[in-house]
Structure formats: C-alpha cells, structure tokens
Design a protein around this ligand. Sequence first.
Ligand code: 13P
Ligand code: ZN
Length: 271
Amino acid sequence: MKNISEARFLNEMRSVSANMYRLGWDERNGGNISYLLEQDEIADFLDPGSVIRKIPLGFDARALSGKIFLVTGSGKYFKNIDRDPENNLGIFRISGDGSTAELLWGYADGGQFTSELPAHLMSHCARLSVDPENRIVMHCHPTYTLALNYVHVLDEKQLTHTLWQMCTECIVVFPDGVGVLPWMLCGTNEIGEATAKKMEAFRLVVWGMHGIYGAGKTMDEVFGLIETVEKAAQIYMLTCHMPRIGTIKDEELRELAESFGVSYRRDFLDI
Ligand code: 13P
Ligand code: ZN
C-alpha cells in the first residue's frame, strides 16, 4: 500500500481548502467540501475491507450505496486542513442499505463528517442525474457574495442578471445561472432536499444570508464557479452605492453567450 499523503485527491482537497481559507471564504469551520472518489483511486492507498467505524447518516442515501466520498469534518477549521488532513477530513463508503457511513480513513480524533452532509449527498445525487461525471460539491461563505444577499433581492432571475452584468465572462462561466434559496435552518435534511432540487437545474445555489453551494466535475471547475460569482459580487458591492453610468446590455450578454456557444438561461434576460 502506498502512503495516502501521495494521493492526488487528498492533495487537491488540501490545496483547494487552503486557497478557500486564504480568500476568506471559510472563516472558522465555515464551509465544507465533498469529493466523490472512484474505487480505483483509493485502491493503492486504502483497504476497502477495513472499516474503522460506522457513523449513522440520519437520512436515506440508498441512491449512493457503495460510493466513496472524501468529506471535510464537522466543526473543523479550514485553516487546519492542509497541515493536519487526518483529523480534519474523512473517507467513507455509503453502506449497502444507505443508512451508514463506513469510515475507511480520517476523522482520527473521533470526529465525523460535516453537518451539511444531507445537502452534499442529496446534491451529488441531483447533479449525477444530469451529469454522470459530477464529483465535487463545495459550500462556503464568500464575503461579497454574502454581503450582496443583504442589499439585493433574492430572486434567481434578478440575482443572476446582476451577476452576469458585473463581469463580461460571467455568462460564459455560469450560463446556467444561480439558484437561490431563502434563509433556511442549515444542517437539516430539509435544506438538503431544497438544495438538491435546485441542483437539478443549477451548478450554483445561494443559501440566503448564509453562503453558496457549487457543484461540478473537478475541483477547478467548482472553485472557478464560486470564484467568478464572488468576483462579480465584489464589483457589485464596490459600485452599488454609486451612480450607475455603464452596464453590459442584455443584447451584449446574448451576443457573448452565442459567440462562446454556451447554453444559457434565455429567460433570465429581458429580450
Ligand atoms: P460544519 O463544520 O459542520 O461543516 O458546518 C459548517 C457550515 O458551513 C455550516 O453551514
Ligand atoms: Zn455554511
């Protein structure tokens, strides 16, 4: 067996969480990430027959039974993940009956997966149904995205439209737009179900007055989605209290989307 510190997936998780922390998206234990792993990817590092302990999931994850995930720990600080992955992360398999996480590595101090696991696993299911290559779900609390929530109407069309107008590349990066949920109690199956429902149509979902979820095939894709929304939100927050002189017009947004050949939410434009 090779040492897991050599595993690509683990090093991706360490470096992306360090970047998220550095950017101020994950204060204290804010935020969580889940990474769907292939059997072959773990084969060199872990014995799939050696289960350290079993942790009840608290919801029915039968649709994902047998699947293996690398997931941040609940209450764990993002700033510590890179230097101490074994206490701050865990790798587990969903049991055959979908009721339990079978821990294969990590949560070494007796901890467990993020309290947002319902939203993560339900979102994986929803995204896999539209994109079989989806592997990442990421949640964080980016500063300007959150600030925007307090001064902008929380409506999918209007919020997406505002973000698209803030940087020329936005409609190309997230042509599918941003889904929005009102403030809801976090860490529950209910917010998990609501998030997953949105994830059928969006790779990005804003949790009102809380943060954002992103999903996609790779860490880079998902990090890039959230990074682009955060940049747009920053431009909005830097300019919203000033007279607006320039803007990207809806005809120009359409021209961009058509020129880059992306399938975009036409109903989010007023043309
Ligand atoms: P966890 O520490 O349980 O991952 O919770 C952090 C968070 O962001 C809740 O929404
Ligand atoms: Zn959160």
